[in-house]
Design a protein around this ligand. Structure first.
Ligand SMILES: [Zn+2]
Length: 262
């Protein structure tokens, strides 16, 4: 009898405290975890916050090639990270001026990169990240994907970490998720009109090359609200929206949270 009772208790205890994951363990992926609200969670060696509903979040970088160690109340789980093939494009014989920015812009670029990096360190207790994201532009054609890289005149360039939606200039852009504006700049060197939202627990989204920007820094925005319009500001080859997704300084693939045709 005693054995039976302890067996029932054991089954009950293990099943009620199970931790689940939504999202694939693949390079670039956004992973939403659900656990008991009181649990202590570490991703690799980083302690992550758990919401009162038991949600926590983390992401896997483009070049992540080692396993993830998830520690739940001091018990370790090891998860393999699957590799992806990213598009590599080689272009030779380019004019040097088009490959590197002019030296006079270096200081500005450095300052702006710092502003963006700083916005991505935001660690708030907002819990919006646990809700489903929506597509920022309906019926737009995807013209650029996460992880692709160009090699210009033999020099590997910074990989593309965004998802590009081609759309006419002036097309309305909707917020993919509820959030708070942590950066609103109308004219950055590379990214032009730029918005960054905080969604909690290190999750931020970026919107780039915008023509019009509606919310101000510090403003709260609801999912689906129009936040501005498509433009070709900054270093953009044509009118499009480039959106990005981060978990702190780890750049994730927005396609892993959006319901798009792949
Ligand atoms: Zn892009």
């Amino acid at each position: 009898m005693r054995i039976l009772i302890s067996l029932i208790f054991f089954i009950f205890a293990t099943s009620s405290f199970a931790t689940t994951f939504e999202g694939k363990f693949i390079q670039g992926s956004f992973i939403l975890g659900k656990t008991d609200p009181g649990d202590e969670i570490l991703i690799d060696k980083k302690k992550v916050n758990v919401t009162s509903e038991g949600y926590f979040v983390f992401g896997l970088g483009r070049d992540r090639n080692n396993d993830v160690v998830i520690t739940i109340n001091k018990k370790k789980i090891i998860k393999k990270v699957l590799k992806r093939e990213f598009k590599i494009q080689k272009i030779d014989g380019l004019d040097k001026k088009k490959v590197t920015p002019p030296e006079k812009d270096y200081a500005r670029i450095k300052k702006e990169n710092k502003m963006i990096a700083n916005a991505r360190t935001t660690d708030s207790n907002l819990t919006f990240f646990s809700k489903k994201f929506i597509i920022p532009i309906d019926n737009a054609i995807i013209t650029g994907v996460y992880g692709s890289q160009r090699i210009l005149n033999g020099k590997p360039k910074w990989p593309h970490y965004g998802l590009d939606f081609a759309a006419d200039e002036g097309t309305e852009i909707k917020a993919m998720l509820d959030g708070t504006v942590v950066l609103a700049e109308s004219d950055l060197f590379y990214t032009g009109g730029t918005l960054i939202f905080d969604h909690g627990h290190g999750i931020t989204t970026l919107y780039m090359h915008m023509k019009k920007i509606l919310p101000k820094k510090g403003q709260k925005v609801k999912q689906g609200d129009v936040i501005g319009t498509v433009g070709s500001t900054g270093r953009a080859t044509g009118a499009h929206l480039d959106v990005r997704l981060n978990w702190f300084d780890v750049r994730l693939d927005p396609a892993t949270v959006l319901d798009i045709k792949k």
